[in-house]
Every structure is written in C-alpha cells, then in structure tokens.
Design a protein. Structure first.
Length: 293
C-alpha cells in the first residue's frame, strides 16, 4: 500500500465538499493521507472565520479517520490562492483535489476564479470535479478512463499515467482523437476537404491503433470524432460518460504561466472529473510510479 498524500481545500460551501466523494476512489490507487486546508479570506465575507473552520472541519476529519485515512488539517487566514498553492508545493503532496464553484456562462457553468488559478498554477497534478460533472459521485470509482491524444508528444504524456491508473483498478481505457475537414484540405482548393477526409480518418484510426499498443493486456477502445477538438470531445463525453479524463496541458515559460489550452479549458467544464497536469510541474510520487512502471 502506498502512502500518497492528497490536499483537499474546503471553504465551507457544499460545492467544495463534493470532493469528499472522491476520497474512496483515491484509496484504491494508493492514497492514505488527506490534508484538509481551509482559508479564512478577509476579502470574502461568505467564508467562515478561522475559528469557525475548526468546528466545520471536525466532522469531515472524523468521517475520513473512520474510513482509514491519516488526516491533517491546515487552517489559515489570508489569500486563498496563495496559501493553497503554498500548501500544494510541499514535497509530500502528490495531488490537489478540487470540486469547483461555478459562475453562469452562456452555455455551461464556468470555473470559479479561485479554482481557475489553482488549476493553472499548482505544482502538483490536479484532480478536478468541475461545475458541470453529472455522473453519480456518490458511488464514484474508476471504470473508464478517457485520454485525448492528437499525435503530439504533449498529449502522449498522459498515456503512462492512464495506463498505471487503469492497471491499479482494472479500468478500461478510451483513446480519442478529433479531426476536422480542414485537416485534409489543400490551400486554395476548397473542394478538396471532403475528398481527403477518408484518408484523414484512416490516418487517425491507424494512429490510435498504434497508441493502443502501449496498453498491453488492457481493454482499450478507440474513438475518432470529427470537428473542433474541444467541442467534439465534450460532445463525445456527453454521450459516452467516463469516470476520469487524463490530460496533459501546457506549463509555464519564464515567470508567466500560459493559459490552459482551449481544449483543456473546455474539458474541465465537461461532464466528467479531469486529472490535469503539466510536464515538469507535476511533482507526484503517483506519477513517478506510473512513469517507472
């Protein structure tokens, strides 16, 4: 049994408490320690005071302890983003678990500002239960894991992580690649796209078949979808629910972090939990084990 540590921010709101429903699943992949962190933000009158957080956390600590977790609590006062990011930077933290608040957008509920900053800036992997997740979290477990790939080295960083998780729990793997008409168009020949599309689809299926070879002895399903990558992958998830999406995103350059890619942003607003990370900024003993397996 491993002794991985998960950092779980709780702010007194029922939405953040949705993350508690993920803890039983984390036990199955080697986590044994949970560190609850609650921050009294002077700028947000809706959050409990530091003193009130002690009583608020007590039943969650009792429940987790009864379930076999080794539990620690951190109660702080100040800026939630800075303090949670500092806690996530500790060497023994292998994952930050977030259930996000949302704000109403034109189509889906978008991520809240604090969650957005934590997702973009934490130095360990992030497991995000987004505001639009609609699977049954009360019985959450890993049975199907989806990995979006596009032929790039970056997208394939997710493969050893997904393979390791699937082996630990016996989950199936869904590989997905999005292609578009423009993938097969010749500049200046607007009629070429439709003619070339069969070849584009064949290439995509051949690529996914090769990627599937990285999962020997495991059940792998391959899916090619047509259209804008972000929209077509989320539409696929709407119609074919999974339990987790594993996706590598871009990291920082110099002192400035890139925004998450549009595909990652859209998937985080999708119907399933997402494990997102950046290569080089994904310090985690779980990930080390996955890459060395």
């Amino acid at each position: 049994m491993s002794d991985y540590t998960v950092l779980l921010p709780l702010d007194g709101d029922e939405t953040s408490e949705d993350a508690l429903l993920v803890l039983p699943m984390l036990r199955t992949i080697g986590f044994s320690k949970v560190r609850f962190i609650s921050v009294d933000s002077p700028k947000n009158m809706k959050t409990p005071t530091a003193a009130a957080f002690s009583g608020y956390l007590a039943p969650h600590v009792a429940t987790a302890t009864a379930a076999g977790w080794e539990v620690e609590t951190v109660i702080a006062e100040g800026d939630p983003v800075d303090l949670i990011l500092d806690a996530a930077s500790k060497d023994d933290v292998d994952l930050i678990l977030l259930a996000t608040h949302g704000r109403t957008g034109l189509e889906r509920i978008r991520l809240g500002s604090v969650s957005d900053k934590l997702i973009k800036n934490a130095l360990c992997p992030r497991l995000v239960v987004g505001p639009n997740v609609d699977i049954d979290m009360a019985t959450y477990s890993l049975k199907r894991i989806l990995v979006p790939v596009d032929g790039s080295d970056l997208s394939e960083e997710s493969l050893p992580i997904a393979r390791h998780l699937a082996k630990l729990v016996g989950a199936e793997i869904d590989l997905i690649q999005a292609v578009s008409i423009t993938s097969g168009m010749v500049v200046g020949d607007t009629g070429a796209g439709a003619d070339l599309m069969p070849g584009v689809l064949e290439s995509a299926n051949t690529y996914l078949a090769r990627v599937a070879e990285a999962f020997p002895g495991q059940k792998v399903n391959t899916n090619v979808v047509i259209g804008n990558a972000a929209d077509s992958i989320v539409e696929h998830l709407d119609n074919n629910p999974v339990d987790l999406v594993v996706i590598a995103s871009r990291g920082r350059t110099g002192f400035t972090r890139f925004a998450l890619s549009s595909v990652t942003e859209r998937i985080l607003q999708g119907p399933d939990p997402v494990l997102v990370f950046e290569r080089g900024e994904d310090r985690s003993r779980l990930f080390d084990a996955a890459r060395s397996a």
